[in-house]
Design a protein around this ligand. Structure first.
Ligand code: NAP
Length: 332
């Protein structure tokens, strides 16, 4: 980062990320008169493909039935927009850019955003969440945007998938949710899972398996995504890992729903992370990280619960932790 940058203002707290953790932190920090600045992420094709557009993973989902306060459920994008509106209403300053670089070795902390602006802050809350994993096959990479996706809600309604068979890979809640959602458009959904039992919660698993359009393909992995430049995806080759047998499933699309990886690249190794890449909290009841004055909340620091409500709770804790830390430093 340009060491000669000399921003005039030093923010008390900068929040990076705009899922439930980021917005909750922003609401609490604004009400504590900390004038928080929240970087909600840039609206770019790169972020769209990576699943890191503003408003986080809930903005890519459908109905949320387990966020308290919504007895009939709420659509994920509506919930996120409400959180954003609430944060803005109480005075958070929202910037629609990514933080691309950060220097935690100096005080105040220095950051650079995707518009090239430099920002200085006394404290930082990292709430950048996690983004969808892909299988890592070259053929999968080749057909991204041509039938390969990791977001049914974003892409499922595209004309290319209408009335066609589709493949969803994975056995967790995401795979069940995405598979169920895709039955609105697809003629059939093959749920390809590497074991013979779903990891998903009972209610989600039962709902998916009871859907007449969904057929599980147990003990199987996708070996190769098949297709051509004109049509994109035309099928996938699956391999049964118990028998070694391969077969081709005809499909106009493949949706990966195989878990998520924390969004920590911009940190460039400056915070302690665990073996899966999650930020390590120094005290299990707080949001402190390995750098004093930097706090973490939500999926970027949670490999266990990964729920909207737990992320929101962590965002609240991070704001209170930052407020107390700033007060102890005499910054109000
Ligand atoms: P997850 O629970 O980690 O499940 C990932 C699935 O992908 C597992 O079935 C796993 O197989 C499989 N998998 C992982 N790597 C693979 C690979 N390389 N090849 C093939 N299969 C692979 O992830 P998730 O479903 O995204 O859920 C994450 C969290 O979000 C969970 O806590 C979940 O409860 C929550 N969630 C909640 C809702 C909701 O309540 N509405 C919706 C979506 C997600 P194994 O089972 O063999 O490990």
């Amino acid at each position: 980062m340009n060491a000669t940058s000399n921003p005039t203002a030093v923010e008390k707290v900068v929040i990076i990320g705009s899922g439930p953790a980021g917005w909750t932190a922003a609401i609490y920090a604004a009400r504590a008169m900390l004038s928080p600045v929240i970087y909600e992420g840039a609206i770019s094709e790169e972020n769209r493909l990576a699943g890191t557009l503003p408003l986080g993973q809930l903005n890519l989902t459908t109905e949320v039935e387990n966020f308290p306060g919504w007895p009939k459920g709420v659509m994920g994008p509506d919930l996120m927009m409400n959180m954003r509106t609430q944060a803005e209403h109480v005075g958070a300053k929202i910037i629609t850019e990514d933080i691309t670089e950060i220097d935690l070795s100096r005080r105040p902390f220095m950051m650079k955003d995707s518009a090239g602006q430099t920002i200085a802050a006394h404290s930082v809350i990292v709430a950048t969440g996690a983004s969808a994993n892909y299988l890592g096959l070259p053929s999968e990479e080749r057909f991204k945007n041509m039938g390969v996706s990791a977001c049914a809600v974003c892409d499922g309604a595209l004309p290319r998938f209408r009335g066609k068979p589709l493949v969803v890979v994975g056995g967790g809640d995401s795979a069940c949710e995405e598979g169920t959602y895709l039955t609105k458009f697809a003629s059939a959904v093959h749920l390809v899972h590497r074991r013979d039992q779903l990891r998903a919660s009972k209610i989600m698993a039962e709902r998916a398996l009871a859907n007449p359009k969904i057929s599980p393909v147990w003990d199987s992995v996708v070996d190769e995504v098949l297709g051509d430049d004109a049509q994109g995806v035309t099928g996938v080759r699956v391999k049964n890992i118990k028998t070694g047998e391969t077969r081709t499933l005809e499909a106009a699309g493949m949706f990966a729903a195989i878990g998520h990886t924390p969004n920590i690249k911009f940190l460039n190794g400056q915070l302690e992370i665990d073996e899966k890449g999650f930020i390590v909290l120094q005290d299990k009841f707080r949001t402190t990280t390995s750098v004093e004055g930097v706090f973490a909340a939500g999926d970027v620091a949670d490999s266990t619960y990964k729920q909207a409500i737990t992320a929101a709770g962590m965002g609240c804790k991070a704001s209170l932790d930052a407020e107390r830390w700033l007060a102890a430093k005499g910054i109000h």
